[in-house]
Design a binder for this molecule. Structure first.
Ligand code: C2O
Ligand code: CU
Ligand code: CU
Length: 534
């Protein structure tokens, strides 16, 4: 559902999102299950030239997602949701066979507005943040990037080759079938993928049992343990419960020492603003030292949730954003902390889910903590807008269709409209992402990583009348944890967010889109092509 105005949007969430009994708030005892760690597939341990082959089945199964619920039917990769964490070494070519073994019937009813001509169950996997070649989008069985129309049906496999020629970072894989992404990801189709390298190892970060992924998803749970999904393809899916690594409201027992957490928002639509609070006296917990974001390490850690600074920023993660965070529990033996979510702070209007998970700090360490929390990482050269050969605008807008429904668009175009943007391989471009709407849209682009230049308030009414952008205030530089390489950026309402990127190293067909999956499914997604140079 688009949000033409704030009042509208409140009404829309009240009626559209919560009308179905299935998404009524659940009353479950929280923090009774320990945090599961998804299985790790360590391809980085393999020796030899490769490419290394891996088959990952995509299927339906049952899992216990909360102590007091009957088993839940869900979809996942390799029998789990989230799927296994696939770990590779930089430069190691991996070929994954994404084998579609889904049942004939979808886990969720077909939402209103879905494409009735295509098979109801279809899937294609995209490795979010990966750089891959993608030159033939008609060959759906050899599809590296996960072209939204190159879906497979049960019995088919998509063979995708990943060169992994990228520095250490946290990627994630998820479904990307056109018109189906929201429904398929809500069913469970997501998982982590880590690229490692020698530089990362030289940092001596907490590792092994002390390096833990936190994959946060919003789910809609019924009293019988089943999952549900929005009944209208246009409604953002906020759910009524939070799962971390697939369990609802889990707890994690930690030692009083440093940990590295890879925090990934795998939710369809929900953003989070998170900090730790002592459950006894509600004082602030240890600070988050954010050392990395979507595209690897930052140059210097961003200190979030500093307990000595009441105005310190929280960790905000929009859908698909990642944060690599070191938390030091060494001064907090015996304490319990709630990972608290305050999404009101960040302008979300859906039903509030203020609790994410617990951290229970034990009395002592099992071995001395010899890991480091770096105060400095490799420098990142800031890109210069003067080096851009092209500046493009992407206008986040809405259209009222003849039948009265509202459709969200970018530049007034839909998925099926012909390609407009054809950056030349190797070119640097600035894209101005202008949001005329009243809510935040997390913009994501495939095939490249970018830097965030700035954000600037503009006169939306004047723009709608004249097509010209008049700025109303000076440009605001991004927060410190947005100063690294990114592939998702929060495009704030009424602002122009400028990003800069170099289109390399591969030519091919890619997409850019809003990462609120229900927006993406209703055409807030566009194809583009990186064309080989002259
Ligand atoms: Cu995370 Cu186009 O996707
Ligand atoms: Cu992506
Ligand atoms: Cu959006």
């Amino acid at each position: 559902m688009a949000r033409p105005a704030l009042f509208f949007s409140l009404a829309a969430s009240a009626t559209a999102l919560w009308a179905s009994a299935s998404s009524a708030p659940v009353s479950l005892t929280k923090f009774v299950d320990s945090l599961p760690i998804p299985k790790r597939i360590l391809l980085n341990g393999l020796k030899g030239a490769g490419p290394f082959e891996l088959t990952v089945p995509i299927s339906q199964f049952q899992a216990q997602i909360h102590r007091d619920l009957p088993a839940t039917t869900e979809w996942g990769y390799d029998g789990s949701s989230p799927g296994p964490t696939i770990e590779v070494e930089r430069g190691q070519t991996v070929r994954i066979h994404w084998l579609n073994k889904l049942p004939a019937t979808h886990l969720f009813p077909t939402p209103k507005g879905a494409d009735a001509i295509k098979p109801d169950v279809r899937a294609v996997t995209h490795l979010h943040g990966a750089k891959v070649t993608q030159t033939d989008i008609t060959d759906r069985l050899h599809d590296n990037d996960g072209w939204p129309d190159a879906w497979t049906v049960s019995g088919q496999e998509q063979i995708a080759e990943y060169p992994n020629d990228q520095s250490a970072r946290t990627l994630w894989y998820h479904d990307h079938a056109m018109g189906e992404t929201g429904r398929n990801v809500a069913a469970g189709l997501a998982g982590l993928y880590e690229i490692h390298d020698a530089y990362e190892r030289s940092l001596n970060l907490p590792s092994g049992a002390y390096e833990i992924p936190l994959e946060i998803s919003a789910k809609a749970i019924n009293a019988d343990g089943s999952l549900s999904y929005t009944s209208d393809i246009g409604n953002e899916f906020y759910g009524n419960a939070i799962a971390v690594n697939g369990k609802l409201w889990p707890y994690l027992e930690v030692e009083p020492r440093k940990y590295r957490f890879r925090i990934v928002n795998i939710s369809n639509a929900r953003s989070y603003g998170m900090k730790l609070l002592d459950t006894t006296d509600h004082s602030a917990g240890p600070a988050f030292y954010q050392i990395g974001s979507d595209g690897g390490f930052l140059a210097t850690p961003a200190v979030l949730n500093d307990p000595t600074d009441p105005s310190a920023p929280r960790l905000i993660l929009a859908p698909a954003e990642r944060a690599d965070v070191v938390i030091d529990f060494s001064k907090y033996a015996g304490k319990t902390f709630l990972l608290q979510n305050n999404s009101r702070d960040i302008g979300e209007v859906e039903q509030s889910l203020p609790e994410v998970m617990l951290f229970k700090v034990g009395p002592s360490v099992s071995a001395p903590d010899t890991s480091s929390s770096p105060s400095q990482m490799q420098s990142i050269q800031r890109m210069n807008p003067a080096d851009a050969s092209v500046t493009r605008q992407v206008i986040f807008d809405q259209m009222t269709m003849p039948d009265g429904t509202i459709m969200l668009t970018m530049n007034g175009k839909s998925w099926m409209d012909p390609i407009v943007e054809r950056p030349v391989l190797g070119a640097t471009e600035v894209w101005e992402l202008a949001n005329t709407l009243t809510d935040t849209h997390p913009f994501h682009i495939h095939g490249v990583e970018f830097q965030v230049l700035d954000r600037r308030l503009f006169d939306v009414q004047a723009y709608l009348a004249t097509g010209k952008i008049n700025y109303l205030a000076p440009a605001v530089v991004p927060a410190q944890n947005e100063m690294g390489w990114k592939d998702v950026v929060r495009v704030l309402p009424q602002m122009v967010t400028r990003i800069i990127m170099k289109f390399s190293p591969y030519p091919g067909y890619y997409v850019y889109h809003c990462h609120i999956l229900e927006h993406e499914d209703m055409d807030m997604m566009r194809p583009f092509q990186i064309v080989p140079g002259p």
